[in-house]
Structures are given as C-alpha cells and as structure tokens.
Design a protein around this ligand. Structure first.
Ligand code: AMP
Length: 423
C-alpha cells in the first residue's frame, strides 16, 4: 500500500521550513516591536467552545469543523481558528486580573477546516493572529490595525489597502438586522438555501455569501453606518480620525461583515493587489469582539484582534530578497572504519563547543563527501584518513579560500574559531 498525505494537507520539506522560520522570525520581530507576547493553546478543544465562540451560523462551524469523539465519548474539535482558544484560556487563567488591563498576545500554528482544497485553501493551514483584550478603546483598534499593516510591510507586500467597516454595538446591530431583514424579505426566495437559513439567525451573514454575491439586492442593501447609535458612531469616527492622524490610507467598505459571528464595532481586512498574490487578495483581517469573553463565562471584556493566513504570507515572502540558507561550520569526512570512530568524537567535541557540525555516516569516498560539504555550505571540511588517525591530526580545508592545513586534534577548535572569526 502506498501512503499519501491526507487531502488538503502538505508536507513542508526542509528547504521550505527554512523559509517558514524566516517568516516566523519576521512575525516575532514585529510582535516584540508592538510588545505583543506569544501564547500557545491546545490544537483541540471541546466542540462546544467553537459552537459558542465562533457562532453556529458560520460556515466554519456548520460545515468545516474536524470533530471527533474521544475514547470517553466527549466531542472534540481540531481548532478551526485561534481566537476562541485564546479567549477560553484568558478566562480560565484569569488573565483579566492583570493590572495593565490590556493583554496583548499573538499565536501562530496550524488550523483545521474541512474545505474543498483549491488554490490557497487547505484543510490544515496556518494562521498568525493577535488578540488585544481588556480595553474598549478606538486606540486599541488602531494599534491592532497598525500592527497588521506593519506585518505586511515587513514582508515587502506592495499595493496593500486597509478595508474598514463598523458593525456598531448591540443596539446598532439590532436596528441593522431588522433593516436587513426588511430589505431581503421580498427576494428571499431568490437567495441560496444558506442565505435563507441565515435570514432569521444572522442576516448580516447574507452580505458575506459567495453564492449570492452578485444578486442585485446585495448592492442596494442598507449600510451598517446608517444604523449606528451615537456611541458606536463616536467609536468609529475616532478610529478613522486616528488613522488619518497616523496617515494610514484606508477604504470604508460598507459590505464588509467578516465570516465569524462574534464581531462588533470595527471590522477590517487587508487586501493586496501585489501580483504575487493575485489582485484583490485578502491577506487577513479581524475586528472587535466585545461579547466573546463574557459569552465564554468570563467578565465582560472587550477584545480586538486579527489573523493572517500564513500560507498567504509565505507567498508574499517568496521573491523577497532571498536570504542565503545558513550552512554548517564543519563537515567531518572520515575515510575508513577506524577514522569513523575518531570522527564521531571530533563531531561531539565540536558540537559541545557550539559549532554546527555533521559527518558522513555512509562510508563514501572523498569525492562524494566533498560534494556534500558543498551542498551543506560547510565553512570547513575536516578530513580524516588512516594516516591522520595514527598521527592524531586532521586535514582542515577552508572551503572558501580552498586552503588546506594539517591540524593536531587539540588545535581543531582553536583553528575553527580563528577561521570563523570568533576569536
Ligand atoms: P478567517 O479566520 O476565516 O478570518 O481567515 C483569516 C485568514 O486565514 C484568511 O484571510 C486566509 O488568508 C487564511 N485562511 C482561512 N482559511 C484558510 C484555508 N482553508 N487555507 C488557507 N488559508 C486559509
């Protein structure tokens, strides 16, 4: 039987892993620049958490979850997104009791959605996300959006636009829901069955429908902005004012509602026209979710966050100045069985001294071993034959200058330090 990776998953091989590490490094650097600290939550959670947090009208929950019952019959789900787990952990670990009030965290890792795999859509994919919990303020919304923009800038993405909308507070949403229902009621029969189901539960989601995107009623739909309460309007005006102050370009997109049920007030997406991604690609997005923590049994806690699809960010990174993959410091090349024993000791000694070292275990000839030293970008080749073992020395070849010298065992470390400029 031949095995293959499950549909919608990919293997990330060593060459790509180095690029992933580079992406992760950039993300960590931006995070520390914004004083946002990492948090790691479990890959699976109780199914009920996602039903509650993500909302049972979202596609993610209704169609895309990887759910299984464990050996005790408890329903578990592989996380389809990161916010629910962070909010659950925030409550469980009483992080709301911190004196600063504002908790800023990021996460990155695999997420799972049972989607039809296609270009840019996988069943196991990765997200980098940020959550800022505990302070209800337009300043924090802007902090969050600035960070998202800094990430795309750090990756060298061009033609990036911030798309922005507000869903308002609970009262604004109630008024807006009613207006949307009045608007869609006469044409309900023409909409897809999903939209018909959304009509009662969460009519905002109709605006998000891919199937009915071109129905004329979509364009003429009422806008959230016309239903805001005074305080919701003040919040949104301040967000726009701060973005203007910071000279950030943005577009107000009144049909932007975002896929998950928990958003309120500010919602945003970052859309890029960079040819690397294809025009109008959403790199990521987020928004405010003031009701979520309370929904999960915590104290009323405002929150705002965003998530980027890391596969998209990887495409963005591709073609950015290629960084040379780091090579090793030394490649030890034994010739003959006896030399292998000594080689292993030299490798152990070099590693203990902090040098990235490897050796040939396949008993190959000199030519093959030199080729590997080249492939591994080894700074030095350390050659060790019978004569060298007897005389307790090695041949050290500086692979850059091609200079080769005889070095006594006890001088190998010193020679490497000198050669690598570490003295
Ligand atoms: P969401 O959590 O649905 O708001 O998605 C945030 C970002 O994650 C999207 O903009 C995509 O870049 C990425 N994303 C979502 N689902 C997938 C998937 N199935 N495969 C790859 N990337 C995804």
């Amino acid at each position: 039987m031949k095995y293959s990776a499950p549909r919608g998953t990919v293997d990330i091989l060593p060459d790509s892993c180095e690029k992933w590490e580079k992406l992760e490094r950039i993300l960590r650097t931006v995070a520390s620049n914004y004083h946002v600290r990492e948090m790691r939550t479990p890959i699976f959670e109780h199914t009920e958490l996602f039903n509650r947090a993500v909302g049972d009208t979202s596609d993610v929950v209704t169609k895309e979850m990887y759910t299984f019952s464990d050996r005790k019959g408890r329903l578990m789900t592989l996380r389809p997104e990161g916010t629910a787990g962070i909010a659950r952990a925030y409550v469980e670990n009483k992080m709301y009791a911190l004196p600063e009030k504002l908790t800023k965290v990021f996460y990155m890792g695999p997420m799972f959605r049972y989607e039809r795999p296609q270009n840019g859509r996988q069943r196991q994919f990765h997200q980098f996300g940020v959550e800022m919990l505990g302070v209800e303020s337009p300043y924090v919304d802007v902090e969050c959006m600035m960070m998202a923009l800094t990430v795309v800038k750090a990756l060298g993405l061009k033609n990036v636009t911030l798309h922005l909308n507000t869903l308002g507070d609970a009262d604004s949403r109630d008024a807006y829901r009613a207006a949307l229902q009045d608007h869609f009621r006469p044409v309900l029969g023409e909409l897809c069955s999903d939209c018909q189901a959304r009509f009662d539960k969460n009519p905002l989601r109709i605006l998000d429908c891919k199937v009915d995107a071109h129905h004329p009623a979509m364009k003429s739909a009422p806008k959230t902005i016309d239903f805001l309460t005074d305080s919701a309007k003040a919040h949104f005006d301040k967000v726009c004012e701060l973005l203007d102050m910071l000279e950030v370009d943005y577009v107000i997109d009144t049909n932007l509602v975002r896929g998950l049920d928990y958003y309120s007030h500010t919602v945003f997406e970052i859309i890029s026209d960079d040819p690397k991604l294809g025009s109008g690609s959403t790199v990521g997005g987020g928004g405010r979710y003031n009701g979520l923590v309370e929904e999960l049994g915590g104290p009323a806690t405002p929150g705002v966050g965003f998530a980027f699809g890391m596969e998209r960010l990887m495409i963005a990174l591709e073609g950015a100045d290629e960084e040379e993959t780091a090579g090793i410091d030394a490649y030890v090349m034994p010739l003959g069985d006896e030399a292998k024993d000594v080689a292993m000791q030299i490798v152990a000694m070099l590693r203990a001294n902090g040098f990235a070292t490897d050796m040939d275990y396949a008993s190959r000839g000199l030519k093959g071993q030199f080729k590997s030293a080249d492939r591994f970008k080894a700074a030095y080749s350390i050659i060790l034959g019978e004569e060298e073992v007897q005389g307790e020395f090695v041949q050290m070849k500086n692979n850059r200058t091609k200079e080769q010298t005889k070095v006594a065992f006890e001088d190998i470390v010193k020679t490497l330090e000198k050669g690598l400029g570490l003295e």
